[in-house]
Design a protein around this ligand. Structure first.
Ligand code: FMN
Length: 197
């Protein structure tokens, strides 16, 4: 047997239960149904001072984020579109990942990263999804083949957090499948053959 893979979701907005956070939770729930353990870092947990390379990691929130990313086998990022791009809250949290440059797996390297953008229109959703995928590349991660661009003017979430659009729900579940599949392959590749017998 190989160990359980661990998927970490990072994103949302300062509003707990934001649309981006709801989408993130759907991906994490789907990953859990596929056997992964999951961890969510969203809302107030993302509130940290502007990243300053001279200061490094100065807050419990930043330390928790870095510990979670270090221990992740796969990741999901979700951001609302703010003026056509990643929100400052999410981008600042991702800037803190610079502190992982010296680790055995620097930044997001060797990990699949699902990206989800939420906006009030298609243009912002598409540009923000592309930006999240660019950041993933810059952090040496492997963007999953499928990302999700969600237009909240046409896609609704219920108060309980379910997505009312079956197609978007299916996309979010497919992103989870791609993350868990990639993570499981890597974990199997590092598992000694004798322990798989
Ligand atoms: C400061 C700010 C800037 C925004 N800029 C855009 C934008 O450029 N394009 C767009 O489609 N929506 C924009 N929106 C709308 C949000 O992306 C949209 O409402 C999203 O669904 C909110 O997600 P949340 O529920 O996760 O906060 C903006 C909202 C705010 C507060």
């Amino acid at each position: 047997m190989h160990r359980i893979v661990n998927v970490v979701g990072v994103g949302g907005s300062s509003r707990p239960g934001s649309t981006a956070e709801q989408a993130l939770r759907i991906v994490l729930d789907a990953a859990q149904r596929r056997g992964a353990s999951v961890q969510l870092i969203a809302g107030p947990a993302l509130a940290m001072p502007m990243y300053d390379p001279r200061q490094g990691t100065t807050t419990p929130q930043a330390r928790r984020l870095l510990a979670a990313v270090s221990g992740a086998d796969g990741l999901v990022l979700a951001s609302p579109a703010y003026h056509g791009g990643i929100s400052g809250l999410v981008k600042n949290a991702l800037d803190h990942v610079e502190e992982l440059r010296e680790g055995p797996r620097p930044y997001f390297s060797e990990r699949a990263v699902g990206c989800v953008a939420v906006a009030n229109g298609w243009q912002g959703a598409a540009s923000t999804l592309a930006a999240l995928r660019d950041v993933t590349h810059a952090l040496r991660g492997w963007p999953t083949p499928l990302g999700a661009a969600i237009n909240t003017s046409t896609t609704r979430f219920s108060p309980a957090g379910d997505c009312k659009d079956d197609r978007v729900q299916a996309q979010l579940e497919e992103i989870a499948a791609q993350i868990v599949d990639f993570a499981t392959r890597r974990v199997l590749a590092e598992t000694p053959t004798e322990s798989l017998r």
